[in-house]
Structure formats: structure tokens, C-alpha cells
Design a protein around this ligand. Structure first.
Ligand code: PNS
Length: 161
């Protein structure tokens, strides 16, 4: 069975993430979307909240599992019995960071392969950071993140949740 790990911060999950996860789920038997638990970095949403939002956003994809991990990605990939890491590429600007990460992960474990999926054109400008900035300034983010997520981000920005 071909299992792929789709790691990220997902703070919050965007429509661009869903696009990549959907494409991966049509190629692999199982796609495990894994949130990095990074205690050193302040996020808008806690790990539990991000897990819940991922579950909601991916509920229509039966072969997608939601999980979280701490520490090295390669250790987690091995623990889950996978050999493939999936990342999305939006534009050339992503390339340097992605190449560094893929080559470091290969150095740490040559048996793990990183594969890239091109994001749809309509999401090539989209990131969690820009979603948070637009939401914080009162902009409409419904076309940027799945509908239930838009509500939660807007509420967090208003200080309601
Ligand atoms: O959504 P992001 O923030 O671009 O995801 C980055 C992530 C979580 C995939 C990356 O930071 C990661 O895998 N971190 C785990 C720590 C690790 O394995 N570092 C060494 C390889 S760069």
C-alpha cells in the first residue's frame, strides 16, 4: 500500500493546501496530513484546533488521515511506515526552501523521497500568513480557505474565539 505524508504547519489550512492534499489522495492509497508541533513558534491556532480544522476540511477525502508529529520529519515518516513526503509548489520562490528541506531529509534518510505537486494557478499566491493578514485587517477570506475555516479565522481575529 502506497502511503504518503503531507507535512506542514497548517495555521490555518487554506484552499491551496486542500488542492494539494486532494491531488495527492488521487495518487496514493493513503495520505497522512501531519501537523508539525512546534513549541517554539507562536501560532494563531493550537495543535488541537488545527487538527480539528484539518479534519473538517478533508472530511470528503476518505483516504486522508490527519495526525501530528514532533521532532524530525524523517523519524515520523519512518514511524508511519511511509517512504514519500508530499509538498506543494506554488511559485519559483518556494524552490529554495523546498530544495534545502528535501536534500536535508534525503541526507538524514536516503530511503525517503520528497515529491512535489504543483498548486493550481488560482492558489499560487496563497499562504496561511497572507490569509491571517487579510483576515486581521477585516478582508473577506472565504475564497481563500474552506468555509468553516473562514468563520473560525475571522472569529479569532475579532477576539471572539
Ligand atoms: O507548512 P510549512 O511551515 O512550510 O511546513 C514546514 C515543515 C513542517 C514541513 C518543516 O518545517 C518540517 O518538516 N519540520 C520538521 C523538522 C525537521 O525535520 N527538520 C529537518 C528537515 S528541514
Amino acid at each position: 500500500m502506497a502511503v504518503a505524508i503531507c507535512p506542514g504547519t497548517f495555521d490555518p489550512i487554506t484552499r491551496g493546501h486542500v488542492d494539494i492534499i486532494t491531488r495527492a489522495s488521487s495518487i496514493f492509497d493513503t495520505v497522512i496530513v501531519a501537523i508539525l508541533v512546534n513549541h517554539g513558534k507562536r501560532q494563531m491556532f493550537s495543535t488541537e484546533e488545527r487538527l480539528e480544522m484539518l479534519r473538517v476540511a478533508c472530511a470528503h477525502l476518505p483516504n486522508v488521515e490527519i495526525d501530528h508529529f514532533e521532532g524530525l520529519l524523517v523519524d515520523y515518516v519512518r514511524k508511519r511506515g511511509a517512504h514519500v513526503v508530499i509538498r506543494g509548489l506554488r511559485a519559483v520562490s518556494d524552490f529554495e526552501f523546498e530544495m534545502t528541506m528535501a536534500l536535508m531529509n534525503r541526507k538524514l534518510d536516503p530511503n525517503i523521497e520528497t515529491m512535489y505537486i504543483m498548486a493550481s494557478m488560482e492558489y499560487s499566491f496563497l499562504s496561511s500568513s497572507i490569509v491571517k493578514e487579510v483576515a486581521a485587517l477585516g478582508g473577506d477570506i472565504r475564497c481563500l480557505v474552506p468555509a468553516p475555516i473562514a468563520e473560525r479565522v475571522a472569529a479569532r481575529c475579532r477576539g471572539e474565539a
